[in-house]
Ligand binder design. Structure first.
Ligand code: UD1
Ligand code: UDP
Length: 362
């Protein structure tokens, strides 16, 4: 009889991570996957597009949770995931990253004495005001298998007293995805032509982190800086729905849409092409920071800190806290010509194989 694994996903970056692992998992002997989509992200371009482009199997359960405050959203997920777990009785539950869907999945399983595997374990910002930091710390401490993408992440887990027997250095599944979909992106994406962009002739930006969108002075600094940068080079910005909403509320959307090239959230294949051909990437996303490095594009991270410290150490990433528009614009200018050192902190593109092997033998 095969070992049943329930995977819980819900937000954009998790679809991409799960696509890389799911493909290997479903081809492996002795494993069966049941996929639960919490519905945390639900717009066509925040969810369905990834299932189509990345050929992710249709979810077996779609919980339709939608948006809400942290407590309400996580609570609704907990209740419905529990129901699905009681029905499917898996041997283990697999979660990714640090969203509310991650936390709800891990907590629901742990309470039912179902073993938990956490992919992207051990990441830390050491900033407990970030919802993601709470989610990842709790998930790591509930998990039986901790798949750490980097040696730094392994060290954080050790420092928190988690036993070595649970920790596996797997590499980063996002690197697997970047390698796997590179050719498909080149073949299928027409985004540069559609937006009339010249390779290395534009800045690519993404902003969605709560600490930037929900703080009016940081939001103004981020977008003030991007508008200043846009005087020298076009800034393309696929707009996350959270950011659109907050810009609208702040009365900034109209001015910004005249100065920046705002687009709808991009599909993954278009995003890969936009990243690969950008002159600089400016972001507060975790995944986008790493992808900039995969394509050797300098990156400015508009946050107070980053979990992906190896990118800063190699010289590909500069952390610029968005405390003022001029500071943001200066950071972007200074990074345009930056080149970092070579290195491969995220493994060799076989993270999914390593993870699945451990789960097969578990
Ligand atoms: C979530 C994760 C964050 C991750 C990000 C990836 C948590 C706490 N946060 O943040 O770690 O980096 O996803 O993108 O889990 N909305 C829509 N349509 C959608 C989804 C969201 O309009 O399909 C809007 C809603 O107004 C919603 C807001 O965006 O209230 C925020 O969505 P939510 O999923 O709560 O958090 P994200 O900011 O997307
Ligand atoms: N991404 C995308 N379209 C976009 C913005 C991001 O496909 O418009 C992809 C990006 O390439 C990366 C992932 O989504 O693979 C990162 O997700 P996000 O920035 O939403 O979340 P984070 O990584 O910060 O948790």
């Amino acid at each position: 009889m095969s070992k049943r694994i329930v995977t819980v996903v819900g937000a954009r970056p998790q679809f991409i991570k799960a696509a890389a692992v799911s493909r290997v998992l479903r081809a492996a002997a002795g494993l069966e996957e049941i996929l639960i989509h919490t519905g945390q992200h639900y717009d066509e371009n925040m969810s369905d597009v990834f299932f189509k482009e990345l050929e992710i199997p249709r979810p077996d359960y779609h919980l339709g949770i939608g948006s809400g405050s942290h407590g309400a959203q996580t609570g609704r997920m907990l209740e419905t995931i529990e129901r699905a777990l009681l029905e499917t009785k898996p041997a283990l539950l697999l979660v990714y990253g640090d969203t509310n869907s991650t936390l709800a999945g891990a907590l629901a399983a742990a309470k039912l004495h179902i073993a938990v595997a956490h992919v992207e374990a051990g990441l830390r910002s050491f900033n407990r005001r970030m919802p993601e930091e709470i989610n990842r710390v709790v998930t790591d401490h509930l998990a039986d298998w901790l798949f750490a993408p980097t040696t730094g992440a392994v060290q954080h887990l050790k420092d928190e007293g988690l036993p070595d027997s649970r920790v596996h250095l797997s590499g980063d599944v996002m690197y697997d995805a970047a390698l796997y979909y590179a050719a498909k992106a080149t073949r299928e994406s027409r985004i540069l032509e559609t937006l009339s962009l010249k390779p290395k002739g534009y800045i690519l930006a993404t902003i969605h982190r709560a600490e930037n969108t929900d703080d009016p002075s940081r939001l103004a600094a981020v977008f003030g800086g991007l508008m200043e940068a846009a005087q020298a080079m076009p800034v393309v910005l696929p707009l996350h729905p959270r950011t659109r909403k907050m810009l609208q509320q702040a009365g900034l959307l109209e001015t910004i849409s005249r100065r920046l090239r705002l687009t709808e959230p991009a599909g993954y294949l278009d995003m890969v092409m936009l990243e690969r051909n950008a002159s600089v990437v400016v972001t507060d996303s975790g995944g986008v920071q790493k992808e900039a490095f995969f394509y050797r594009v300098p990156c400015v991270t508009l946050r107070d800190e980053t979990e992906w410290v190896e990118l800063v150490e190699l010289g590909w990433n500069r952390v610029v806290p968005p405390h003022g528009a001029a500071q943001v614009a200066d950071g972007i200018r200074a990074s345009s010509a930056a080149r970092g050192a070579e290195g491969s902190p995220y493994g060799t593109g076989d993270a999914a194989q390593r993870i699945v092997k451990v789960l097969q033998e578990a």
